[in-house]
Design a protein around this ligand. Structure first.
Ligand code: THU
Length: 139
């Protein structure tokens, strides 16, 4: 596949922030994923008065791509309104490892400070399907 359109990916993540539903934290996060077919899916964080059921921008973007039938995520971008780039939460790392294991992850702030990483770098030694297969007789 040719080089992903990173400019479009970043622009989508940036504009996704405008749809963030963040009445509690006021911390709007934007994300976007690009698939092997070149399609881009946005995500924003969506909060809830029952705080723990909030969904982060990263998972919304990934779930949205999967819901559209996409399975090969090439890259994702995440934009936070922070001084430095912010790191995805543990739940999102777990989901990224399973749904986008070979992807490049670009973390940005609003001033375009950026850092490249990967799901494996974000969650080394993560739990995955392989461990379920190893359950054997003791499981
Ligand atoms: N949040 C994200 O959407 N992504 C991150 O990487 C960090 C945290 C959201 C969850 C919550 O709506 C708000 O930011 C504050 O934690």
């Amino acid at each position: 596949m040719e080089r992903p359109d990173y400019a479009a990916l970043i622009a989508t993540a940036r504009s996704a922030r405008e749809h963030a539903y963040v009445p509690y934290s006021r911390f709007a996060v934007g994300a976007a994923v690009i698939t092997a077919s070149g399609k881009i899916f946005p995500g924003c964080n969506i909060e809830n008065a029952a705080y723990p059921v909030t969904l982060c921008a990263e998972r919304v973007a990934l779930f949205s791509a999967y819901a559209a039938g996409e399975r090969e995520i090439v890259a994702m971008a995440v934009i936070t309104p922070t001084d430095d780039v912010a790191s995805p939460c543990g739940a999102c790392r777990q989901v990224m490892l399973e749904l986008a294991p070979r992807s490049s992850v670009l973390l940005l702030n609003l001033q375009a400070v950026e850092r490249w990483t990967t799901p494996h770098e974000l969650l080394p030694h993560g739990f995955g399907a392989g461990q379920l297969d190893e359950a054997g007789s003791s499981g």
